[in-house]
Structure formats: structure tokens, C-alpha cells
Design a protein around this ligand. Structure first.
Ligand code: LLP
Length: 435
């Protein structure tokens, strides 16, 4: 159930553009983003949830992809923002999101950062009592609206590193302390108006979300009663997965929305929070909105028959870290012969697709069944819209690639490929080392 389209030439198609032409025009490695797919993804989630609970907001977790054009597209769609750093707040403001559409959820935030967040006027979601106390010294707490991230002791995710609930997690305040912390904040003069949780990333199974929603609502209900809080919003976090493997299915968003909003509404009434000022419901998807809207195009330059068969390409984990970091599967299609599959009678062999970084772990795939690949073929690495460019680096002194936006078959460059000169940016050579 991947977002894979193949045109009548048998080439990978992205937003109506032929991948082989894009690679010729702009060079490789190249990130290609399909504008309409982002818009469709946004609308699919928004329509599903608002059908069951109208006071609903999507806060795009922009860490997934902070490209300015991607941000503008989601701004136009009406999205709000989940920002986790001052830089993401800055980027969001710069790309047209007003401060009331941005919620800052930081972790281990410094006083300088708290000052900056306060100046921007965005809303702040606190992660610890330390942050609360330090904020009280920086701002006048009287009537200052805040919320807290709570660890619901439920966690899920595609990899251990991507589970953010449970006792191993560094995020949020303890469930058992929630009432006390909200009381403390009130006593300090703050106005706590929200509660937030986020259990992890890359979750295709609705069950952990349902459980986390139930737990969060129970905590919120208890806090509302015992600390006398009127919640303006309850934020269920992100983590909605997308299929990376062809056998996986897209999260069926309509029944999912129905179930989550069902729990939300029944808990509101259970705790008497369903009066006229019912809280808004927020979710914070990152990957779901942008993940399947982009591919990474990379050219095969070397076919090597060593102890294994290696297909060597012109990008590596500097460009797309997820396989090396989490062992993540990214589907790979030979863009110039996408119809060569076993179903179509093509010869298939298992190969390792290797990047160009000088580390053995730099593999996009191990033992991947692919058609016979020749040097010069173009690979399309799918689902490269989330946590791909945003996690790219210049490791091995390789400039970061270009990004292209495609709409109605037309392509535009939205990020220039870095140059070798960019490798020296911001570096200062001490005088004594000159000559
Ligand atoms: N909200 C908060 C507070 C988060 O920390 C995250 C992700 C999200 C929302 C959005 O999660 P999403 O809907 O995109 O799953 N680099 C990893 C993913 C790390 C996610 C971190 N937090 C990866 O490549 O899989």
C-alpha cells in the first residue's frame, strides 16, 4: 500500500513528473516532493477527525520536514505547528504561521530558550517542574497560559529510539505527579490550560493510541477535578505511521478517527468536561503528512560482485539516515524500469544497496530483491518525506542534496544543492594557521 505511481514508459512518476527526467534535469541525489500528496494527506486526517469532533486541530510536527515550501503548503491548508526547538519556532513564524498556531514542546530547555519562546508569544508546553520554576523567574506567571506534557506509561514505535512513553522515556512529567504539578503551577499564578502526550513514532496499530488516549483522558479528568482546571485543549501527540513495506497497509484513518474521538468524547462526559467550554482536541502528526509525499532519487554508479552483490549509489546515510540509524526499511524501485517485477516476469536477484559513505553500516538495503541493475540506473528510495532531509548531514564532506517540488507535473527547485564552499561555511581559521 505504498504511494507508488508508474507512468506508461514504466518510469516512476512523482506528482505527474517522470523521475528519470527530473534526475537528468537536476542531478542526483535529489529529493522530490509531491505537493498534492501533502495536501491530500492533510485533508484526509482533518476531514476524518472533524467529522466526529469539530473542535479539532492538526499540529504538524515540523521536525519531520522543515523545508520552507512544505511549511507554506501546510500553512495554506490551515495546519498549526508542533515545534520542539526555538529554531523550529523561528522557522514556523518565518513561514507564515502566527504565534497562536504554534505550540512549543521542548525537552531540556535552557533559560535563554525560554526567554526566546516567551518573546515570540507562541504557546508553551512544559516538560518538567524545573522548566516550570525557571519560567516563573523569566515571565510574570500571573495568568500566563501553559500546558504540560505527561508520560502516560504507554509507549509504542517502530524502533526503541522512537518510543517516548514509559519509564525509560526522558519526556514529560510522571502521571502520578500530574495533579500536584498542575496545583503547583496554579499556585505560582500560571494558568494551566492544556495537557499533552506523545507516545512514539511510526505506529500503524491503532491500539496503543487508543490506550494512550484513554490514559491521557483519565489523567486530564483527574487533574481537572482535583486541581480544578478548565482545559482549553488536550493534545494526543503524533506518531501515526505510514506503510514503508508494500505488505503494510495505510492506517485506516476514518475508523481510527472515529475510535479516538469516541474515547475522547466519552471521557469528557465521564469527567464532566463536556460543558459549553469543551477542550479542543489536537494531534501532532509529522510523518503521516509528509512521509509518503517524497522520494530520494539516487543514481547507481557501481555494480560490484564481491562476497555479496553490491549496488553502489551516489548518496548515503548523510542523505537518508533512517536505514543506518534504525534499520528502517525504505522501499526501493528502479525508477527507469519500475515495471520490471517478478509479476511481470522480470528476473529478480537479491542485492545489497550501498551508499557512498565510508562506513560499513551505510546500506540502504540488505538482500533486497530487485530486477537486474546496471550502472547508470536510477533508484527511487520511497517514503523519504519525513525525517530524511531534516536528518541529513554533511558527513564525509558531502554537500546536502537539492530538493524539488512537483505540482501538476511541473517541477521547481526549492532548495539548491549545497556546494563544496558550503562545507566551509561558518568556519574560521585562526591567523596562526594561515599560509
Ligand atoms: N509530537 C512530538 C512531541 C514528537 O516528539 C514527535 C516525534 C511527533 C509529534 C511526531 O511524530 P510522527 O507523527 O512524525 O511520528 N527520526 C525518527 C522519528 C522521530 C520522531 C520524534 N518525535 C524516524 O526517522 O523515524
Amino acid at each position: 500500500d505504498l504511494n507508488l505511481k508508474i507512468n506508461d514508459k514504466g518510469h516512476v512518476d512523482i506528482g505527474g513528473a517522470d523521475a528519470t527526467k527530473l534526475a537528468e534535469e537536476y542531478g542526483t541525489p535529489l529529493y522530490v516532493i509531491d505537493e498534492d500528496r501533502i495536501r491530500d494527506n492533510y485533508k484526509r486526517v482533518f476531514n476524518a477527525f472533524t467529522k466526529y469532533y469539530s473542535d479539532f486541530k492538526i499540529l504538524y510536527a515540523c521536525k519531520a520536514n522543515t523545508n520552507l515550501s512544505v511549511m507554506r503548503i501546510l500553512e495554506e491548508e490551515g495546519s498549526c505547528i508542533d515545534a520542539v526547538s526555538p529554531g523550529e519556532v523561528f522557522t514556523s513564524l518565518k513561514t507564515g504561521f502566527s504565534s497562536d498556531r504554534i505550540l512549543f514542546t521542548g525537552n531540556n530547555v535552557t533559560n535563554d530558550e525560554l526567554r526566546y519562546i516567551d518573546e515570540t508569544g507562541v504557546r508553551i508546553n512544559l516538560d518538567s517542574v524545573s522548566q516550570l520554576k525557571r519560567l516563573a523567574e523569566i515571565v510574570d506567571p500571573e495568568g500566563y497560559k501553559i500546558s504540560f506534557r505527561v508520560n502516560p506509561m504507554v509507549g509504542a514505535g517502530h524502533h526503541e529510539h522512537c518510543i517516548t512513553g514509559g519509564e525509560m522515556s526522558k519526556f514529560g512529567i510522571k502521571e502520578s505527579e500530574a495533579v500536584e504539578v498542575y496545583k503547583l503551577a496554579k499556585n505560582m499564578g500560571f494558568e494551566p490550560v492544556g495537557m499533552h502526550t506523545h507516545i512514539g513514532s511510526g505506529i500503524l496499530d491503532p491500539e496503543p493510541f487508543k490506550l494512550a488516549t484513554t490514559v491521557l483522558m483519565d489523567i486530564a479528568g483527574k487533574v481537572s477535578q482535583e486541581a480544578d482546571i478548565d482545559f482549553e485543549f488536550l493534545d494526543l501527540g503524533g506518531g501515526l505511521g505510514i506503510p514503508y513495506e508494500p505488505e503494510e497497509n495505510l492506517l485506516d484513518i476514518d475508523p481510527f478517527a472515529e475510535e479516538i474521538t469516541g474515547i475522547f468524547k466519552s471521557k469528557l462526559s465521564e469527567y464532566g468536561m463536556d460543558g459549553t467550554n469543551k477542550p479542543s482536541m489536537y494531534i501532532e502528526p509529522g510523518r503521516y503528512l509528509v512521509g509518503d509525499a517524497s522520494v530520494l532519487l539516487t543514481r547507481v554508479n557501481t555494480v560490484k560482485n564481491s562476497y555479496r552483490k553490491f549496488i553502489g549509489v551516489d548518496s548515503g546515510f548523510n542523505t537518508l539516515l533512517r536505514p543506518a540509524m534504525y534499520g528502517s526499511y525504505h522501499h526501493i524501485v528502479v525508477a527507469n524500469k519500475a515495471n520490471e517485477t517478478s509479476e511481470n516476469g522480470a528476473k529478480i536477484e537479491k542485492v545489497d544497496v550501498a551508499g557512498n559513505v565510508c562506513e560499513s553500516g551505510d546500506l540502504f538495503a540488505r538482500d533486497r530483491p530487485l530486477p537486474i541493475i546496471e550502472e547508470g540506473d536510477l533508484l527511487s528510495i520511497m517514503n523519504a518525506g519525513a525525517y530524511s532531509f531534516s536528518m541529513a548531514s554533511q558527513y564525509n564532506s558531502r554537500p546536502r542534496p537539492a530538493e524539488i517540488l512537483v505540482k501538476d507535473g511541473k517541477s521547481e527547485i526549492i532548495r539548491e544543492r549545497e556546494t563544496y564552499d558550503d562545507l566551509f561555511r561558518n568556519q574560521i581559521l585562526p591567523k596562526r594557521l594561515e599560509n
